[in-house]
Design a protein around this ligand. Sequence first.
Ligand code: URA
Length: 284
Amino acid sequence: MTENTRADLESWFRYADELGLGPYYRDRAASKAFPLGQAAAPALSAPATSAAASPQFSAAAPRRSPLSPLPAAAPAKLMPLIQSPAGPSLFEERIENDSLERIRADIGDCTRCRLHKARTNIVFGVGNPKAELVFVGEGPGHDEDIKGEPFVGRAGKLLTQMIEAMGLERSDVYICNVVKCRPPENRLPEKDEISTCSPFLARQLTVINPKVVCCLGACAAQTLLETNQGISRFRGEWFDYRGSKLIATYHPAYLLRNPAAKGEVWKDLQKVMSVLGLQPKLRH
Ligand code: URA
């Protein structure tokens, strides 16, 4: 190693140390999020035979020939979050004989973060506890806070249409959020709120152990993949999440503002359908 290289490296290490990155590199397990290679998951790019039909939720969804394969996306390289967790990741936590009931009981009448102050109800999650498909959103909005159930407002109605377009009912899947209490004024959940609440999400996903986790929007995707990359960089690609296949797509609330993106979301949902062997519900 030359003197110059050594000096550069030393200066970089000093800089990283000043930023407090030491514990990040020391304590953090290697990210479990990695794109599934094309070779490792050939079925994922197979066409969902009759998934070509326009889904009910989207007049804008493009029609494709039933035989044309889904486009093969180049795997995204996810950058790890630049932050230093206090210790080993809470995602490592595994609890013997865990259950959804036990997780809900552990949450209790939670006051762990500031979100509890304005909430009406904790929104834990609903659906099939043995679901093959779990949708993960960001956090409850006004309607969800009142009802105590995720995705029951306008975005929720669109999610229900998406689920039905996939040939499923809401009760077939499980739906939950990264944070269980409504952020005031529907602001984004803050980092400490996410890190306080997301271990419960991790436990929910471990207990349900679905074939597919579909992240709705950047918050869910970035939390579960432990990245701060923008969702458009890796949307529609497959990742491994603790043995489940994980895919991220745009949030239904984004689709309400940008209906033109429905076609992209439908492509992502078709990939999910292909993995789960689902046929779309055709319009009559
Ligand atoms: N948006 C979310 O992310 N989750 C909900 O439950 C409702 C709206």
